[in-house]
Each structure stands twice: as C-alpha cells, then as structure tokens.
Ligand binder design. Structure first.
Ligand SMILES: NC(=O)c1ccc[n+]([C@@H]2O[C@H](COP(=O)([O-])OP(=O)(O)OC[C@H]3O[C@@H](n4cnc5c(N)ncnc54)[C@H](OP(=O)(O)O)[C@@H]3O)[C@@H](O)[C@H]2O)c1
Length: 254
C-alpha cells in the first residue's frame, strides 16, 4: 500500500520501518516539527513535510501516530477525502474520526515502542477496527502483512486492554526505575536486578501471575515489611506505594 505517516515519534518510527520492510511504500511523513519529520523520512527514504497543507493526497491510507490529544486538531486542519484514515491509539475511540473522514478505523499494534529499539512485529497483536466491512478488510490485509496476530476489538475493549497495559507495562517499567533509584542511591549497580526482571516476566508466559507471586506480602511477613517501610523513611511516596501494593497482595493471597 501507499502509506502516509502522520507523526514522527515512537509509533510512527517503528510502524513505518516495519511496513517499509514488508514492501509497502511510505509516500510521505508529516510532523509538526520539521527536524523530526526529516529524521524519520531519512530512515524511511521518503519525502516529508511539516506543513499540513502539503500533506500528499496520493496515498491509500493515512496513519495518524500522534498524541491522542492532538488527533482531532490535526484532523480538523485539512480535508481527507475518501482516503482511509486510521489512528494508532489504545484509549481513543474510533468514532473520534467520524466527523472528519468518510473511511476510517483504528490500527493499534499492541506493544511498547520507543524510537531507538527495533521490534519484531511478527507476533505483535495488531488490534483493528473500522467503520465498514470493506475498510476492515483493507486493515486486515495491512495488519497481516506485518503480523500473524490480528485481533478485532471495538473501542471499549481496546480501551480496557490499554488500561491493563498501563499496569503491566508502564507501571512495571516505572517500578524498574524505582528499583534503579533505590540501588543507585546506595552505590549498587542496577545490573543485579536484570536476571530477576527477566525471570519474573518470563514466568507469566506459562503460569498465572497470581500463582507466580512471591515476596514478603504474599507470605504476609510483617517483620520484613516493617523493615522495608523503615528503610523508606526518606521516600514518603514510596512508603505509601509499598503499603498500598503490599495490602493488595495480602488481600489477594489470603
Ligand atoms: N509508543 C508506544 O508504545 C505506543 C503503543 C501503542 C500505541 N501508541 C499510540 O501511538 C500514538 C503516538 O504515540 P508515540 O509513543 O509515538 O508518541 P511520541 O513518540 O511522543 O510521538 C508523538 C507524535 O505526535 C506529535 N504531536 C504531539 N503533539 C502534537 C500536536 N499538538 N499536534 C501535532 N502533532 C503532535 C509529535 O510531534 P513532535 O515530535 O513535534 O512533538 C510526535 O510526532 C499515540 O496515540 C499512542 O497512544 C503508542
């Protein structure tokens, strides 16, 4: 397909590279920041623009990979004709596109993307939704060209999946950052935690998270938990977080 990418951040970069590798043509990258647009265009070997009025019309699909809060304002600034327009957001409903486009949908590769880290799309679930069966068919074909794992979800289901993802990905990653902070403050390298992080994540592939739970809260070991809380005296927010999560684990494992 001829694809015009709207946005030049994490999603646009990784999705653009995956689509290009599978033989699609990236006909243009638009980003409000010229430097970001040109940076991604050079990776994808395609033209770019930072002007909304210069966005190309000769494309089969526009993929909006921009902040959720920017989707409507960008949509409102030009006419999209009959061309299929999709966004890539988990918690933004498909119908946000309805007032601006005739043919529209959602193309949501369900993974964590950052500009620097290349990902293998082959097994990434690609969640699709469209306003007509024909558009769904087009999105299904596009999704199948990069992944073997296509899922049909409506906007409510997608939002629920995104909410769960915030816990298992975004929050967990922030906990890695907390772990790093607690060690670095005492001159210990974060490296020591990496085998534990990898084993914890790989365990839930074959057993339930609940049965994988270990640690003082799952044993309701108040002596160890009190020691930890005392060690967090200088971090009142972490102390609260520790108590809150420990209580949740204790209740779950009663
Ligand atoms: N990254 C992920 O792991 C991931 C996974 C699934 C879905 N998504 C979805 O993908 C979309 C993009 O996320 P991302 O991670 O790629 O974000 P990102 O790396 O921060 O990139 C956001 C892009 O949106 C542009 N932008 C921000 N505010 C704008 C505005 N007011 N007007 C026009 N453009 C604006 C940015 O332009 P500048 O560079 O000029 O700021 C940039 O090109 C979001 O809807 C997100 O929910 C992301």
């Amino acid at each position: 397909m001829r694809i015009c990418l709207i946005g030049a951040g994490n999603m646009a970069t990784q999705l653009g590279m995956a689509l290009l590798e599978k033989g699609h043509q990236i006909v243009q990258v638009w980003s409000r920041t010229q430097q970001r647009a040109s940076g991604l265009a050079s990776k994808l070997n395609c033209p770019y623009t930072a002007e909304i009025s210069s966005i190309i019309s000769e494309t089969d699909i526009y993929i909006l990979a921009i902040n959720d809060t920017a989707i409507e304002s960008v949509l409102a600034q030009r006419s999209w004709g009959n061309t299929l327009v999709v966004h890539t957001a988990g918690s933004t409903p498909m119908n946000i596109l309805a007032g601006y486009c005739i043919n529209y949908g959602v193309f949501y590769p369900f993974q964590t993307f950052t500009i620097e880290k290349k990902v293998d799309f082959d097994r990434i679930p690609v969640c699709i939704e469209a306003n007509t069966p024909q558009n769904l068919e087009v999105l299904n074909g596009l999704a199948q060209s990069i992944s073997q794992n296509i899922k049909l979800f409506d906007s409510n289901q997608r939002q629920q999946i995104h909410l769960a993802a915030v816990f298992v990905c975004n929050f967990v990653n922030h906990f890695y950052a907390i772990g790093e902070e607690l060690l670095v403050d005492k001159g210990i390298d974060f490296e020591i935690l990496k085998p534990l992080i990898i084993e914890t994540a790989s365990k839930v592939v074959y057993q339930s998270p609940e049965s994988s739970q270990t640690g003082p809260a799952s044993r309701n070991d108040k002596i160890v938990m009190d020691k930890h809380l005392a060690m967090l005296a200088d971090y009142p927010d972490l102390k609260n977080l520790y108590s809150l999560i420990s209580e949740r684990i204790i209740q779950t494992h009663k």
